[in-house]
Design a protein around this ligand. Structure first.
Ligand code: PMP
Length: 426
């Protein structure tokens, strides 16, 4: 995207006009939560002002309008993912809940003691802990694939680890730390060769790359609204409808039933079977508006912009002695740049940058096994999106140089391998 295009897009994001600590805000934390564009806020506002009511129950006009908008949002998510059948889309609170839903509903109904779930060491905790809960409950075995010399998940090792006991292969589409995109089709083919389910954590991919669940052979795909420029409190799970319709519910209550007696119940068809209780209606409508906004720009344009900014940032940081960066280099690398200033705790780095109005994240990024594999306890992380400018990246790199100079020889800041209580969540 040209500088003029990005400047025009920025006008859609009022928060970017803010000043923080007397400096213009430089928001480099979109991988944690992206900012929301005016049209998204307007869609939520319009629903709240003119159409709000509970869905699927009322015979009155407002309820019908709310239901129509909610179901249109489901169809919008399906189209965004390249899924032909909206019945495969379940609205959840976020990617975390979507992954828990699969681990619970699929894991507990299909897997037995000794069956294996294959993950990588680079997963977000949201794609590890639900499987750990399953392992504790059912004696399922979790196996983790490490990194290869090039810093990517070792796909040769992954293929070699897949065997007759492998029932699920669960991994990320784009890493929230390493920043690169995995080749889904290759992993899908390996998983399907033994009849395993291929589950993809798409939380960091959905805002940046075009997703086609059918072409890439995915069986289940999870993402969050707040990372694609939608609101918090909404996410989605897409699962192949022919698999989803064989699964038992995750949560029970209203909306998900067919018939209820005092002592038993039967369940609704998909997707309602997995949406117990009143859903996040305004948020689902906001999510659909966010997807409209992204597709109007073009995911391929966003990804190209991310890649160009990541290349610029990595070149700038790598030119600084005393600064380390992480993750593989290449065309598959998007706008996520983890780094450390040697000898300075990432929280100190983030605080220093915040004093200049620059927002970055610091911590283990909910990826402790990956931190271990990288040999660090935590990192700082800058992340870019469609509204990030080249000038902001330059300002960021210059500020990191000032952090390094400020702390040079300073014995107060602790080493980067010393974790602190309450490390930030990714
Ligand atoms: N997976 C990845 C790769 C993520 O980056 C995140 C968010 N940091 C999640 C899953 C979880 O997303 P949420 O907190 O919205 O459920």
């Amino acid at each position: 995207m040209t500088d003029a295009t990005v400047a025009a897009l920025r006008r859609d994001f009022p928060i970017l006009q803010r000043r923080v600590n007397d400096c213009p805000l430089v928001y480099l934390d979109s991988a944690a939560s992206a900012q929301m564009a005016e049209p998204v806020m307007a869609a939520i506002d319009d629903y709240r002002r003119h159409h709000h009511a509970n869905v699927h129950r009322g015979a009155h006009t407002l309820s019908a309008e709310a239901t129509e908008r909610y179901e249109a949002s489901r169809a919008r998510v399906a189209r965004f993912l390249g899924a032909p059948d909206p019945r495969g889309v379940v609205f959840t609170r976020n990617a975390t809940e979507a992954l828990n839903l699969i681990a619970h509903a699929y894991g507990r109904s299909r897997l037995q003691a000794g069956d294996e779930v294959l993950v990588s060491v680079a997963e977000h905790h949201a794609n590890l802990v639900p499987w750990h809960l399953l392992a504790q409950d059912r004696g399922v075995v979790i196996k983790g694939v490490g990194l290869s010399a090039d810093g990517r998940v070792d796909l040769d090792a992954l293929e070699a680890a897949i065997g007759p006991r492998t029932k699920v292969v669960a991994t990320f589409h784009v890493s929230n730390v390493l920043g690169y995109e995995q080749p889904l089709r290759r992993i899908a083919d390996a998983a399907h060769a033994v009849g395993a389910l291929f589950v993809v954590d798409g939380a960091q991919a959905a805002p940046h790359v075009a997703v086609d669940v059918v072409a890439s052979g995915v069986d289940a795909y999870a993402f969050s609204g707040h990372k694609v420029g939608g609101p918090t409190g909404i996410g989605a799970l897409w699962m192949r409808p022919d698999v989803l319709e064989t699964l038992p519910p995750f949560l029970g209550g209203g909306e998900m039933i067919r018939r209820v007696e005092v002592d038993r119940s039967t369940y609704a068809d998909i997707p309602m079977r997995f949406e117990a209780g009143t859903p996040a209606i305004a948020e689902a409508i906001g999510l659909a508006a966010a997807l409209d906004y992204l597709e109007a720009i073009g995911l391929e344009n966003i990804w190209a912009h991310d890649r160009a900014l990541a290349t610029q940032a990595l070149a700038g940081l790598d030119a600084l002695t005393g600064v380390e960066t992480y993750g593989p280099r290449g065309d598959d690398r998007g706008g996520i740049v983890p780094f450390n200033v040697v000898g300075v705790h990432p929280h100190d780095v983030a605080s220093f940058l915040d004093a200049e109005g620059i927002a970055v994240r610091a911590g283990h990024h909910c990826a402790q096994p990956l931190m271990k594999a990288l040999g660090v306890a935590s990192t700082a992380r800058a992340s870019f999106w469609l509204y990030t400018t080249r000038d902001e990246v330059d300002a960021f790199v210059a500020a990191v140089a000032r952090v390094r100079d400020f702390f040079a020889g300073d014995a107060v800041s602790v080493a980067t391998d010393a974790p602190r209580p309450g490390e930030a969540l990714a």
